[in-house]
Design a protein around this ligand. Sequence first.
Ligand code: FPP
Ligand code: MG
Length: 318
Amino acid sequence: MTYTEKKMSWIRKNTLSFLQSLAVKIIKCGRIPQHVAFIMDGNRRYARKNKVAGIQGHAEGFNKLAETLQWCLDLGIKEVTVYAFSIENFKRNQKEVDALIDLARKKFQRLLDESDRLTENGVRISVIGNMSLIPEHLRQLMAKAMLITKDNDKAFLNIAFAYTSRDEITETVKTIAEGVKNNDIDTADVTEKLFSKCLYTSRSSDPDLIIRTSGEIRFSDYLLWQISHSYVHFSNVLWPESSIWDLLIAIFHYQRSYADLERMRLYQKAIDQPCSFRATTFANKIENNRRKLLEQLAVAIAHIPPKSKINPSFVNIK
Ligand code: FPP
Ligand code: MG
């Protein structure tokens, strides 16, 4: 089985048929979710079904992601979060892990090469996850991509990489505990709102809609804090085979449930405790520290040869 990777761009041209464009116009008459999160599942089953190498399934998965991003832009969806690599995925066989990391490295390099086009479309890239688990060269490419797109504000693409919710929540508890220990905040300042502001997703709104493909009915440790009021849509299609019709069907179901979702969200908003001044100052400090760390990483990239070998012990870096 061979693996051939097309030089697929992150930004695709609109290739909708007349009927698909018409369906997009109709669905846009209703409420469009502002933030959609995807669990892109079924790449390896797609590869097996089509008798190609597993990594080819992931490469086709990336192509489908690029297509989906264009559909989301056409639909007016402002923010997209995708589960590209879970911390659990490090437990897959080493060949697949290396291949996935290498695919991400190539795609982030390409993203940097075409950053002008991303800026033209106003797309801001964020990587959410435990950066310390990501091999150095990829981590630096990601840092650079985040920094050069940081002022874009038309659309937001969040890529969950080396991510699990339990890790995100654990890291957030540590950040807040440190803040209390250093007298930046008091335990009375610790509210749900402050917690949200210290998560990897601090700059994002909570998803309105979460979509998982491939027929698996579970969340796989994805955005568990953030999806308490999201509409959840499970579809049977394998991710690389999904089409705009699958996205439109999910949005249609979301629209039918919108009134109930909004009622719950408004209730939550009414009981939310606001952040104290100390808590807001602390959250801003955390944000600034994260940006400084990105800047340090992005500077370091100039000194690393582009194809530096992946450090096999990276899983233990913490
Ligand atoms: C799940 O399918 C998919 C993944 C673990 C990887 C998803 C990655 C991509 C689509 C590429 C994205 C790349 C970037 C740079 C954003 P699976 O492997 O669990 O397939 P299966 O459920 O059929 O076994
Ligand atoms: Mg799977």
